[in-house]
Design a protein around this ligand. Structure first.
Ligand code: SF4
Ligand code: SF4
Length: 344
């Protein structure tokens, strides 16, 4: 596959061409923050961003969607939008999260809606140029990514190194003006990878993430859950901004004619009161401390059991910034447990 060096003004022209011919979502400034949004001008693209408000998972698992519509006595109609699109500017930690979701949404029950959107996407990832205030991807081994994307961009100063990783990426990259990256450009990229592996670490985990399930195996009755939960608002913000949270609720919405309706899927969150409510009005994780603990166990025990040990926290740091009482930081909690319980 090609590895090109593309001058920045040629890259802007390339993005302009993409916008004219494809549906493109890219990272843009929203005041002094950043987010993914439909890209209408190449000048609006900000690959120097620190972190986006929302992770790119919304393009594969929308916050709310109609899965199907139905009518009494008739067949149902699937409501799947099959449009192809380009996602431009995905950071490595978010790419790792998407790779995890790809595995989860194919396990046991193949999720046609998620997987169709995933197949319709061309992902142009980019290495982090500016660390955010709370990122800890270096601690989680997600500062650099080697798979999942179609093209990987690295800003090396006046130009980008762009590497195609799939036939789709190769085809797209052929449209960009640029020469094969030389040894000097590749060395600059290696240096950036080496730097990011260390520097995206505003909160440092005290152990290799692989040990976290062992720590948690001893922590179920630890007082930290009650202590932290005392100030938790159950707002669910930590779930909503997380690139690896994928819980959803499905419900049928019957129209007033009582003959037609739609099946809706919406994001849910394990911190929300009511998340575990089942008929007849029983809630099996009613205590706030139990819900608080569940989130941390899900990241470092329950999901890893499904993913061959991969920890389902990629260190984006979004939950740290989103939590008003400042209790959501996984590193603070895991480090406290490591201090109290050890790692073995
Ligand atoms: S738990 Fe927090 S830091 Fe970890 S992936 Fe989710 S939002 Fe990011
Ligand atoms: S931990 Fe923080 S962000 Fe999460 S539900 Fe509680 S208050 Fe909200």
């Amino acid at each position: 596959m090609s590895v090109k060096e593309i001058a920045k003004n040629d890259f802007t022209r390339f993005v302009g061409t993409l916008i004219r011919t494809e549906k493109v979502f890219g990272v843009q400034a929203k005041g002094d923050r950043f987010d993914f949004a439909p890209l209408e001008s190449a000048q609006d693209l900000r690959l120097d961003y620190d972190v986006t408000l929302q992770p790119p998972k919304k393009y594969f698992l929308p916050p709310a969607e109609v899965l199907l519509t139905y009518q009494v006595g008739g067949p149902y109609q699937s409501q799947l939008d099959g449009q192809e699109f380009i996602l431009l500017g995905v950071h490595p930690y978010d790419m790792v999260a998407i790779n995890q979701m790809d595995e989860l949404f194919q396990q046991d029950n193949y999720d046609t809606h998620y997987m169709t959107r995933r197949h319709n996407a061309t992902i142009i990832a980019c290495d982090v140029a500016k660390p955010s205030d709370h990122v800890f991807a270096s601690s989680m081994g997600t500062a650099v990514v080697k798979k999942g994307y179609d093209i990987l961009l690295t800003d090396i100063g006046d130009s980008f190194v762009a590497e195609a990783a799939t036939p789709k990426g190769e085809q797209l990259l052929a449209k960009a003006k640029g020469a094969a990256a030389d040894a000097q450009a590749l060395k600059k990229r290696e240096d950036i990878w080496a730097r990011n592996k260390k520097s995206l670490n505003k909160h440092e985990l005290k152990c290799d993430p692989a040990y976290l399930p062992k720590v948690l195996a001893k922590a179920y009755k630890h007082p930290v859950w009650e202590e932290k939960a005392k100030t938790c608002f159950s707002c669910g913000s930590c779930n909503q901004v997380c690139p690896t949270c994928y819980c959803f609720n499905v419900q049928d919405d019957v129209n007033w004619d009582l003959k037609t309706g739609q099946r809706l899927r919406e994001w849910d969150g394990c911190l929300l009161d009511g998340f575990t409510k089942v008929a007849p009005a029983h809630e099996f994780r009613k205590a706030r401390a139990d819900r608080f603990r569940h989130r941390l166990y899900r990241k470092a025990t329950y999901v890893p059991q499904k993913l061959g040990g991969q920890i389902a926290c990629v260190g984006c740091g979004r939950c740290v910034g989103a939590c008003l009482p400042d209790i959501a930081n996984p590193v603070n909690i895991y480090n406290r447990l490591i201090d109290d319980l050890g790692i073995g």
